[in-house]
Design a protein around this ligand. Structure first.
Ligand SMILES: O=P(O)(O)OC[C@H]1O[C@H](OP(=O)(O)OP(=O)(O)O)[C@H](O)[C@@H]1O
Ligand code: HPA
Ligand SMILES: [Mg+2]
Length: 165
């Protein structure tokens, strides 16, 4: 198992700003969303911010786990699917939200469940990008995004001495 070469640490402030930027882009679509489907667990945070901004009150979860061993992607497991009611008509006018798309595998599984839904992620890597309709920032495939809910305050090594971020 090897760590991606580059690190992209995201603070709570920055994540809130980026999730809001995603909401602005989605608002620009000028659409009325019937419901939001949030991909747990990472999608829970942007979902809370975006549904507040867009006035969406019907929130469903789809529970997918794939990264069992940190950066190594394991077997995909759908722990909880989407209600039959929301799956009717292929998920038209439903907004799917996740924190990021990396290889695009998680997005592909959920898209299969809701082929007519709109897929939004805050961050996207090149492999996953074709799977998303709207995103805010693209980072390279060899970058690991460190989310604020996975981090704490620690001493930072100076860059000249090998500090990563
Ligand atoms: O495009 P992919 O290569 O499929 O990777 C993206 C997915 O990986 C992470 O979730 P993870 O499965 O680690 O679970 P979590 O959201 O519970 O942290 C992230 O939140 C995305 O859902
Ligand atoms: O870059 C990432 N950061 C955090 N979780 C992830 N899950 C897949 N890729 C990533
Ligand atoms: Mg996830």
């Amino acid at each position: 198992m090897s760590l991606p070469e580059k690190a992209f640490p995201v603070s709570w402030d920055q994540f809130h700003r980026d999730a809001r930027a995603l909401a602005w882009r989605l608002a620009g679509e000028g659409r009325e969303w019937k419901a939001m489907v949030c991909i747990t667990r990472g999608g829970l945070v942007p979902a809370a911010i975006i549904c507040r901004e867009l006035g969406i009150r019907l929130i469903e979860t789809v529970c997918v786990a794939s990264y069992h061993d940190y950066v190594e992607q394991g077997q995909m497991v759908v722990i909880k699917g989407i209600s039959e009611e929301l799956k009717a008509d292929g998920g038209r006018d439903i907004l799917i939200v996740d924190d990021l798309t990396d290889t695009g595998k998680t997005a592909a599984i959920v898209r299969e469940m809701l082929p007519n839904a709109h897929f939004a992620a805050v961050y996207a890597k090149p492999k996953g990008r074709p799977m998303v309709d709207t995103f805010v920032t693209e980072v390279s495939q060899d970058t690991w995004i460190y989310f604020p809910w996975d981090m704490g305050f620690t001493y930072q090594e100076p860059i000249a001495k090998g500090g990563r971020s």
